[in-house]
Design a protein around this ligand. Structure first.
Ligand code: AMP
Ligand code: GLY
Length: 422
């Protein structure tokens, strides 16, 4: 089989490595991929947002199956285009990807179908939003409606901060048209859990739970990033909580999307907060999380391509999705300065013996050398019998990798180690 995977980060590298385990897979093309994954896939210089370029490539190369991983092409209708050409795909169509593409849509969906989430108001008028902030309880959370590279969420401690956020998004258009509307919502507290799930629109199969570390600095300080590391499973996510989530969140969401005529097929990501009033949805993503995927897929014992095809063919209820009992830890190595400005072009050294445990997110191959080419450069993942060992082994991998200006958090997994002891 010939496959394409749309996207080019660490998540895509993890998906590719897992797909390759199936002997029927002859060739995987990554569009655009990156220089650090050339041992695993053929990288083709077509942007993940170039939907007609992707479609043309798929047709010319007689592609049998496509996996569309990032939010942008999903929201832009990449799956619609490929499916309409007769190419089976993993990923939601645009009318379902809106669950991530518009926060206003997802909040209204949750309200309409009684799915637990933070209380909220929607504004398309700047002055109305500013007036609301005058009386809103603080802290509050201001969110741009559309996609904003994971940066469109501002947690404001004071009214001044909240007003500044509203002005930045609605007046200065920091996130472009994504800020034409905003959601202002209640600030929730509690441990966060990421649950990725496979769904074919009929059945929903949650994957092993995970914990992201979004802030740039140790002890959850500093700016929000795309994610600086992950562990799986998430120790806060007990069997009892999982059962509540299935009944009150996962199934109601799938059913709600069906009722709206927007059947969701693919990976639906539930970003949850375990509040004292029970689990609530913080966000939906219409795709695999990054870097959650780099700990979740290494623990998947079933064949990924078989599961993905079962989703496409709506046969998920008949397919086994099994995870190992082990623990995984992924530490992201970034360029110093990320998520703000950073230098790139530094030579990377990844020993060949550990390359199976490394998912490259931002690298360029030039004159036979691998050079850093992004904010998040790579993730190093270790799988062990305990969380403690997984953390230790992940940092042992990091110690063996080098590039100038490397930055990583030293406390990935530390919060998870404390779970139940607070
Ligand atoms: P998002 O981009 O929606 O995942 O939001 C980024 C981060 O902001 C989340 O992972 C949470 O840590 C935080 N966040 C979002 N919404 C809320 C909320 N209503 N209350 C508290 N924290 C939130
Ligand atoms: N790690 C969070 C996300 O993928 O959106």
């Amino acid at each position: 089989m010939k496959l394409i995977i749309v996207g080019g980060g660490g998540r895509e590298h993890a998906i590719i490595k897992k797909l390759k385990e199936n002997p029927a897979v002859e060739e995987i093309f990554a569009l655009p991929g990156n220089g650090g994954m050339t041992d695993d896939a053929v990288c083709v210089d077509i942007s993940a947002k170039d939907i007609s370029g992707i479609a043309k490539f798929a047709k010319e190369n007689s592609i049998d199956y496509a996996v569309v991983a990032p939010d942008d092409p999903l929201v832009l209708g990449c799956v619609d285009k490929l499916e309409d050409m007769g190419i089976p795909c993993f990923g939601p169509r645009a009318n379902a990807a809106i669950i991530e593409g518009s926060k206003v849509f997802s909040k209204n969906l949750m309200k309409k179908y009684n799915i637990p989430t933070a209380a909220y108001e929607v504004f398309s008028d700047l002055n109305a939003a500013l007036a609301y902030i005058e009386t809103a309880p603080m802290p509050t959370v201001v969110k741009a409606d559309g996609l904003a590279l994971g940066k469109g969420v501002i947690i404001a401690q004071t009214r001044e901060e909240a007003k500044a956020a509203v002005l930045e998004i609605m007046q200065d258009k920091k996130f472009g048209a994504s800020g034409d509307r905003i959601v202002v919502e209640e600030f929730l507290e509690g441990p966060e859990v990421s649950v990725l799930s496979f769904t074919d629109g009929k059945t929903v199969v949650p994957m092993i739970s995970s914990m992201d570390h979004k802030r740039a600095g140790d002890n959850d300080t500093g700016l929000n990033t795309g994610g600086m590391g992950t562990v799986a499973p998430n120790p806060y996510y007990t069997k009892e909580i999982a059962d509540v989530c299935m009944e009150k969140i996962f199934l109601p969401t799938i059913n709600a999307m069906n009722a709206e005529g927007r059947t969701f097929k693919g990976c639906l990501y539930f970003g949850l907060m375990l509040t004292k009033d029970g689990p609530k949805v913080i966000e939906y993503n219409c795709r695999f999380g990054d870097p959650e995927t780099q700990v979740v897929l290494p623990l998947l014992e079933s064949d990924l391509l078989t599961v993905m095809k079962a989703v496409t063919e709506e046969k998920l209820s008949k397919t086994e999705v099994r995870f190992s009992k082990n623990h995984a830890c992924c530490v992201i190595m970034a360029s110093k300065g990320y998520p703000q400005s950073y230098e790139k072009g530094f030579e990377m050294n990844i020993p060949a013996e550990i390359s199976d445990s490394v998912y490259v997110a931002g690298a360029l191959r030039k004159d036979g050398k691998l050079l850093t080419n992004g904010g998040r450069v790579l993730g190093a993942t270790a799988v062990e019998e305990t969380l403690e060992k997984a953390i230790k082994s992940a940092y042992a991998l990091v110690d063996r990798i080098s590039f100038e200006n490397a930055y990583f958090r030293r406390d990935i997994g530390a919060r998870a180690m404390k779970a139940g002891k607070e």
